[in-house]
Each structure stands twice: as structure tokens, then as C-alpha cells.
Design a protein around this ligand. Sequence first.
Ligand code: PLP
Length: 388
Amino acid sequence: MSNIEIDKLFVANTYARFNVEIQSGKGSYLYSPEGKEYIDMGSGIGVTAFGIADDVWNNAVIEQLGKVQHTSNLYYTQPCAFLAKELCERTGFKKVFFGNSGAEANECAIKVARKYGEINKGKDFYTIITLKNSFHGRTITTLSATGQDKFHESFNPLTSGFVYATANDIDSVKTLVESNNVCAIMLECVQGEGGVIALEQDFIKGVKEICDKEDILLIVDEVQTGNGRTGKLYAYMHYGIQPDIVSTAKGLGGGLPIGCCMMNQKTESVLSFGDHGSTFGGNPVCCAGALSVLKRIDQKLLDEVNVKSEYIFNELSGAKGVESVSGKGLMIGIKTVRPAKEVLSECMENGVLCLSAKDKVRLLPALNIPMDALKKAVSVIKTACEKI
Ligand SMILES: *Cc1c(COP(=O)(O)O)cnc(C)c1O
């Protein structure tokens, strides 16, 4: 039996996988067992921030593997401490909690928000406003936070206490604040799974003003947008606001599982001993990899991200078969005339792996994708879009 056949027999049917097996890779190139080469325009789903088998990341991880691969959270380790310090120093947040995924980072944010509400506003102030068309994860609570009905079907009852406002409609937020006892508002600055849609500056500023006025926490979900993806270290930095809590994951680990919830001066002391935890959280190998990722996201790299972003926008905006291009930095959505699915499979045949988000083709290449690989990939994508 082939590996694909074995997987189909024994792995739960939760993923509609493409008929492609990846055996190895280097940088922005992936290889199948038959030796077919693909340019990687997805980097997992925005996870392998510096590509596959990147030397710097590999060395950081392997060096830590040779020392200690895990301790419990009963003991201190250097990578966990150093990563927390780097995150705080780069953002102004005061404390971080480490988990293993985006959903877990959001679970932590939600727990902090609820306890903050209870302490500061009263036991009834547990409602969290999220946005329609958002995505916050697959656990029962983060599903509940996700403002898309299709994810809720079959899993009711979900965690209560979530209500959904309309993105870019500040009055819909105000109405929900007036009619609920709200402890937090949670949003993605660029909705990823929702179709790579950047929220408007005025809307995010308006939400922040409401939060400040009503003593409501602002939680920004940077699981996908974080760690250089949008051309700033975190996407909220485009908007001139400082959230109370930021969750992040995906690109932070560079390929190993890590999630992180960052808390500011208002929220750093909400959780106390025993309130939260995670067996694998703060794993030294994951943290060593993440620290190496974070240290390389400097202004020079971000400038390159923005140059490559501009290249993609310029090439594809107004191109034949392209209705619109959206997103920020190297988080890009392409609304194509052809169904996105068809574009994806044609690109795949021609050696380029893209992602989709709703009805769009989604691109999340490695932040350091070489310009020649990017040019080749964009040309293949353009050709696939043209065939209407
Ligand atoms: C991917 C994603 C999540 C969930 O992350 P997991 O690691 O799959 O749990 C949450 N929020 C956003 C915005 C995401 O893109």
C-alpha cells in the first residue's frame, strides 16, 4: 500500500488532502517521493516562516534537542525564559503564557478576559464580542468564538457567552456592548480563514475607543497575522493601537507547535497560580526554534516582506482572470474569476502549492522566499488565473 492509501485508511477523515505527498524540502521548495518539485506558497499554513529545513532554525532546534527536550512546567528552562523576554521587549507586553496551538493561545486569552470581567466588572460580565466571518480555532470554546455558522453545525451546545458583530460596522459593536455584559472584544486585524480581509483602520480605532471607555479588553488574534506575516512584527502595529491581549502561534514556531498569549499591564496579573497550564507549554525545543524565528524578524526582513508583497499585488491586481487582491504583507487573498479550486489544482500540476480561504486563492509564502522562486510561482498563478 502507498503512504497515501495507508493515511486514508487510518487517519481520521477530517482533512480533504490534495493527492500530494511531501517527502522533503529546502527553503521554499518541496519534493514528493517521486522527485516532483513544488514552490511552496503556503508554508504549511503560514507556519514555516523561514522555509523548510532552514539552517538557522534547524541549528537552534538541534542544539536544544541535544540538551533537554522537555521538562515539566515545575522547572525553569532558558529557551522559555528568553523567548518570553524577547516577545515582551519587542511588543511592550508584560507577560506571556505558552501553549501549543493557536486555539490554545485563544483559550488562554478567553480565560483571562472572563476572569478580568469577574474581578473588575462583576460575575455577569463574561460576554465576548467577536466578528462575523472570523476564525479563532477548533476547540469547543474557540469554535464558539468563531463567527461562522458552518463551523458550529453538529457541535452544539457550544460555550455560551459569545456574540457576533459585523466587521467594519462600529454601530453593530456599540449595539452589542449596550445589550450585553461584555468583558472583551476579540478580532483578527486581517481575517485569514474568512478570506484574507484587512479590517478598516477607523473600525479598529473605534473598537479600541469603545474598549477604553467601557473598560472592555481588546484581544487581537494574531495566530495567522503575527510574527512578520503582514509586514510588521504584529498586524495590530499597522493600526496604531495597543491591544490588552494578543494571541499568536502559526509562524512563531517556524514548524514546531507553539502558541502564545501576551498580556499587558492591565491583564498580566489576572491569572494566578493554578488558573491555567499546559503540559507541553513552553517546551524548550519549540521555544528555541521560536526564539531563532523572532530574532530574525528585524526591519530588514520586514522591508523585504513588503517589497515582495508589493510585487505580488502589482503583478496580480488587474491581471486577466483576477477580480481583486486583498490582504497585507505576505498574507494575500486572490479573488479569481475561475473557481479557486481549479486555479489551485492547475498551479499544483505546474509545481506551485497555494492555499485557499473561502472563495479565494490564498498565499502565505515563507517570509524569506527567494525572489526568483516568487517570480516563478506568481507567473504560474497568473497563467492559471487567465484560463477563464
Ligand atoms: C489557524 C488559526 C487559529 C487556530 O490555530 P490552531 O493552531 O490550528 O489551533 C486561530 N486563529 C486564527 C486567526 C487562525 O488563523
